[in-house]
Design a protein around this ligand. Structure first.
Ligand SMILES: [Zn+2]
Ligand SMILES: [Zn+2]
Length: 76
């Protein structure tokens, strides 16, 4: 699978919610869970655009309680 941003051949990719490109880990600037099953990602290009970055930051984040649980789970 080719990353649509850097054209590198990658095994795993995420979909940037804002430009709809399939991006690799290196091109992904940030990602977060908006619901229990839904995770969104933003690529470095979109992150560079203030308007889009704001939009990303305004997405409903995981409730603090769950986020804390997730973090402690990841540490194990
Ligand atoms: Zn890439
Ligand atoms: Zn993007």
């Amino acid at each position: 699978m080719l990353c649509e941003r850097c054209k590198k051949d990658v095994y795993k990719h995420m979909l940037c919610k804002y430009c709809n490109r399939k991006i690799c880990n290196a091109c992904m600037k940030s990602s977060k869970k908006v619901t229990k099953i839904n995770r969104i990602a933003i690529c470095k290009d979109c992150w560079g655009k203030t308007k889009i970055r704001k939009e990303y930051k305004n997405e409903i984040a995981t409730p603090p309680q769950e986020a804390a649980y997730e973090r402690s789970y990841e540490r194990k």
